[in-house]
Design a protein. Structure first.
Length: 504
């Protein structure tokens, strides 16, 4: 095992600080607490909880997170200003992250201080932090655009003041893997204090630059969940960690099985949805559509997956997606998984129809597949006969209990059922459930407006469970929410009836 393979790298998470600087993102206190707990569950070494001097709310949040009793160290951000450091001390953080601009461009146009003045205030702030018995981190903001000799000089000066760790930020994301590797190698030769890196993603290189920094001797990386952060963001935690674990043989404290769960939480709380092709945690990260790939994956998953990283390792799941590239094997497996037994002739026909739809540019969902299968197998007529809705009437108003009357043909017999509910949709669904003798339970219900306006097309997704615990899902889209809901439920029930018949 080589030297690098034995190493452990620390994970410094700044989702709650730089991540919250993502344009449009602001986490209320209860979200911050939830995120801090999740980061702790994930196993990060350090949580940068915020910038306490920035606002009262920020101070309150850092204070509250410090008191949660988490295993991770809690860090607060401070400029090289005594009040900033005092605010961090007031929050009872474990680590104070002191930063100052060191590049000429930022020094001359923003803080307007000489190089010497900057060294002096940095040293005095690190000493101030140490005098209070706290750990200190020093960041030379815009380090990658800072004159290398001056950078070494300021880092040496804070090292002499017993700083615990120095951070090298690529503040505007202009480093390349080559230049970052050179910079960290050079600093590694000069300094004995641990080195941390903070890479921004302006050119999409934040992860690569973090990795080469570790290769060049960095001991810690600053990352965020989903790569949130100022402008194009910071290095994505999941990507950095999995590259270190799976490709570089370097350990971190991260419990990788919580990566997807953590990513989903941050998507929800930040309102920033990740593209499906996001590595590691994206919806498609372990999805296979092409026939060649799915065939290989069914036989042995490593044939078309990295192998050194499995969906289980990161808390994901493998999916075979039905589309025009899908092969017979995947389609047959999916149908089998859902209880459909098809002859080779049926299978050929189903595959043909799926490809036709795909060629027309249609996204083929699993439900489309099942519908096609039912049609091809020839059971569609019986499925239609199970329940057919003739009429739905709903009465609602501010002084009336919403009531629905459903007129239908059930297994060839005319039936009328009525029910009340909390609203028109609820009462209509209850009436439909009565048609099958209340033998099903609603397990899922989602409405999405597809188009805008009060006449928007509503897509309803419904999940039902029968008395044996089998679940069935269906969708319907209409411009009337009540009718879309009724249709989705009827589709789900019909699917249940057909499937039961086929299983017998
Ligand atoms: O990008 C940056 O330079 C920062 C510092 C505060 C470390 O976020
Ligand atoms: Zn930053």
């Amino acid at each position: 095992m080589s030297e690098i393979e034995k190493r452990t790298v620390k994970i410094f998470d700044t989702t709650l600080r730089d991540g919250e600087q993502t344009p449009g993102v602001s986490f209320p206190l209860e979200y911050k607490i939830q995120i801090a707990r999740q980061l702790d569950k994930l196993g990060v070494d350090i949580i940068e909880a915020g910038f306490p001097i920035a606002s009262k709310g920020e101070l309150e949040a850092v204070k509250t997170i410090s008191k949660l009793g988490l295993s991770a160290q809690i860090c607060g951000l401070a400029r090289v200003v005594k009040e900033d450091v005092d605010a961090c001390i007031d929050c009872d953080v474990d680590l104070v992250h002191v930063f100052v601009s060191t590049s000429d461009i930022q020094r001359e146009h923003t803080i307007k201080k000489s190089r010497k003045e900057i060294i002096d205030i940095s040293v005095s702030m690190i000493e101030y932090v140490k005098d209070h018995g706290l750990q200190s981190m020093f960041s030379a903001m815009d380090a990658t655009r800072t004159d290398i000799n001056y950078l070494k000089e300021i880092f040496k000066a804070v090292e002499d003041s017993k700083v615990d760790i120095i951070n090298v930020p690529d503040t505007v994301g202009i480093a390349t893997p080559t230049s970052m590797h050179e910079l960290i190698s050079e600093l590694r030769k000069t300094l004995s204090v641990p080195i941390d890196v903070h890479c921004h993603n302006d050119f999409g290189l934040a992860v690569a630059n973090s990795i080469v920094s570790v290769e060049a001797g960095a001991n810690e990386v600053q990352v965020t969940i989903n790569g949130l952060g100022e402008r194009a963001g910071n290095a994505n935690l999941a990507e950095v960690v999995m590259i270190l674990h799976s490709l570089e043989g370097i350990k971190t404290s991260i419990r990788t099985e919580y990566l997807v769960e953590t990513s989903r939480l941050i998507e929800r709380l930040s309102g920033i949805k990740m593209p499906p092709n996001t590595p590691i945690t994206g919806e498609n990260a372990f999805s296979h559509e092409s026939g060649i790939h799915t065939h290989g994956v069914i036989i042995k998953s490593d044939t078309f997956e990295p192998g050194v990283m499995t969906p289980e390792m990161v808390g994901h799941r493998r999916r075979l997606v039905i589309g025009k590239h899908a092969g017979k094997h995947a389609i047959e497996k999916l149908l089998r998984d859902y209880g459909y037994v098809v002859t080779p002739e049926h299978l050929n026909e189903i595959v043909e129809r799926i490809k036709e739809l795909g060629d027309k540019g249609k996204k083929v969902t699993d439900l489309d597949l099942f519908t096609i299968a039912e049609v091809v197998i020839g059971d569609v007529e019986s499925s239609k006969k199970a329940i057919q809705i003739n009429e739905v009437t709903v009465i609602t108003g501010n002084k009336i209990t919403p009531t629905a009357v459903v007129n239908a043909v059930v297994h060839g017999k005319k039936m009328v059922e009525s029910a009340t509910g909390v609203g028109p949709v609820d009462s209509a669904l209850r009436a439909v459930q009565k048609l099958v003798g209340d033998t099903i339970r609603l397990t899922d219900f989602k409405i999405e407006a597809i188009t805008g306006g009060s006449d928007a097309l509503a897509e309803v997704f419904i999940g039902v469970e029968d008395s044996d615990g089998n679940t069935f899902t269906a969708r319907a889209a209409r411009d009337d929410i009540v009718m879309a809901s009724v249709e989705a439920l009827v589709n789900a029930i019909n699917r249940m009836i057909v499937l039961k018949k086929m299983r017998k």
